[in-house]
Design a protein around this ligand. Structure first.
Ligand SMILES: [Zn+2]
Ligand SMILES: [Zn+2]
Length: 432
């Protein structure tokens, strides 16, 4: 239709030019052809402006593969494992092909590695406005995560991923689900008998949502960013960490690999599946533990930068020396939340910039004398003094626990009393 208007305009222009020439030759008035020329021009221009631009690469990333073309969405259907089919709901998280952004609207993709101490919480904001949250820190980080998101102007999270049911990943998830509009929730198919996990399930249910387990090998889009699901590749593991949903996000020519707490077992599976693991930024698996980031996996990812989300003076000695040595020998700059706080990384699809400078290769292992946390020998006597936060659900054995360190108001009380108050989630950092 628009093309027809344009064509009619063009015909008018050509006709009027011919008429003008012949009128001039015959010394006749050229007023009529001039009016036709004007009308023709108007029709032609309006026809042009109504024709939608065909060029999907207007985003300027120079990489046609990332364009969220409708065809790319339909191919994101399950490729192999039909067991846990990534529901047709995937389409709901893929915003209907937005009008091609002009160069004016081109902003950057922003990845915030939110400092939640010995825990993970990563916010990804696409330039087209979509956002994704991978994990939400500990229970005690709920307010911190929610307020960080609000400060970024988030009202809706298009995708929320709870990588695996450990508290340091899903602790704040219920608060996030309650505080924002949520598109799609992804969680691995594994349950966990903790109150924290139950709270998340309740929050999901109360909001009328349903968590889905994404199949490895499938993709979904966050605006123009392509998200590849790389793990988990098996249906059962000994260690909960290996259930971690691993995502590789591609934006333009840049890429990020978010490894959750995936350990060597899962890394090996990803390698065996021959996935393209190559990424510019690696969110190092399991807080820099030596159970993750094997030499083989690191070579395959070959990151330009590594990010470690880890708490200062954590009881696990994270990040471990083996991992730091491996990163150092490959001269990969390491950004760490224990040294830099929240790390914000931005990319225009070509270059990647960090808001802070790279950190040290120092491991978290304490020299000599490792202080083993006293086991809860208390048993029946719940009279041990524990520490907690007003709004938290966890209790802590150590007042200096890294997950408490950000709180100004650390309260204390007898374990039995604190549990009665509903703060019955043992901190996974200081209570072991
Ligand atoms: Zn963790
Ligand atoms: Zn974990």
């Amino acid at each position: 239709m628009d093309a027809l208007i344009g064509l009619a305009g063009l015909a008018g222009i050509i006709y009027s030019i011919i008429a003008m020439i012949s009128a001039k030759r015959r010394h006749m008035p050229i007023k009529k052809p001039v009016i036709i020329l004007f009308l023709g021009l108007v029709l032609f221009i309006s026809g042009l402006s109504m024709t939608p631009p065909k060029d999907n690469n207007g985003i300027g990333t120079g990489d046609s593969t990332i364009s969220p073309s409708p065809s790319a969405i339909s191919t994101s259907a399950p490729e192999d494992t039909p067991t846990i089919t990534p529901s047709p709901d995937i389409a709901t998280i893929t915003p209907t092909p937005t009008p091609t952004p002009t160069s004016k609207t081109l902003k950057e993709l922003k990845v915030s590695f939110i400092d939640v101490g010995q825990a993970d919480s990563i916010l990804i904001q696409a330039p087209t406005g979509e956002s994704m949250l991978i994990d939400a820190g500990n229970n005690d980080d709920s307010n911190l995560v929610v307020s960080y998101l609000k400060k970024q102007g988030i009202e809706k999270l298009d995708v929320v991923i709870g990588t695996h049911p450990h508290e340091d990943h899903i602790g704040g998830l219920d608060a996030v689900i309650n505080a924002f509009d949520i598109g799609q929730i992804y969680m691995p198919k594994v349950s966990h008998t903790t109150i924290t996990y139950e709270d998340v399930l309740t929050a999901i249910k109360n909001k009328g949502l349903k968590a889905k387990a994404p199949s490895p090998g499938t993709t979904f889009y966050l605006g123009d960013a392509k998200c590849n699901v790389l793990a988990p590749n098996s249906s059962s593991y000994e260690d909960l960490n290996n259930y971690s949903i691993v995502i590789k996000l591609e934006y333009g020519n840049t890429s990020f690999l978010f490894a959750g707490d995936a350990e060597d077992v899962s890394e090996k599976e990803m390698l065996n599946k021959k996935y393209n693991l190559d990424a510019d930024v690696l969110k190092v698996g399991h807080h820099g533990s030596s159970s993750s980031t094997t030499a083989e996996f690191l070579s395959s990812v070959s990151p330009k930068y590594a990010v470690i989300m880890v708490g200062k003076d954590n009881n696990y000695g994270h990040p471990h020396k083996e991992v730091m040595d491996r990163l150092k020998s490959k001269k990969i700059p390491v950004y760490r939340t224990d040294e830099s706080g929240t790390i914000v990384c931005t990319t225009d699809g070509k270059t990647i910039t960090f808001n802070v400078s790279a950190g040290s290769y120092t491991s978290g292992e304490k020299t000599e004398q490792s202080t083993p946390t006293p086991k809860s020998s208390s048993g029946a006597s719940g009279d041990r003094i524990v520490y907690y936060m007003k709004n938290g659900k966890s209790y802590h054995y150590s007042k200096n626990c890294s997950t408490l360190s950000r709180s100004k108001n650390i309260l204390e009380g007898k374990l039995s009393d604190v549990i009665k108050m509903g703060k019955d989630d043992p901190c996974n950092v200081c209570v072991r």
